[in-house]
Design a protein around this ligand. Sequence first.
Ligand SMILES: [Zn+2]
Length: 119
Amino acid sequence: MKAFNGKTYPWLEKTGQIWKYDLEGYIGIFGAIALGLLILSLVASVFISRAWIIGVSLMLLYLIFGFCSMFVFYYLIRCPVCGHNPTRTANGKWASSRYLEGKFRKMESCPVCEKQRHG
Ligand SMILES: [Zn+2]
């Protein structure tokens, strides 16, 4: 299965974790729809009392989904064999998504497992 953006991420695909990478993209689409509905509901609330609640709740939902996708991305992308988390830098901090995009495009296998194999 290819990624949402049509690019290939060999290791993520091999380990069945591509959805964790794609989640952010799907939520971005949801966010765009939620923003559209927020504007619509703000306009509608001129005619229908409290229609804005729909738009505001959708935006809140979007924020919650956003936090969830960040959690999934930085905590749940792991090597199924050794548990290595490639989304962290050497000192345990979150790596930038641009850096990780490049890393996952090239990554064929888990670097930790690879090292053990050639050990
Ligand atoms: Zn591994």
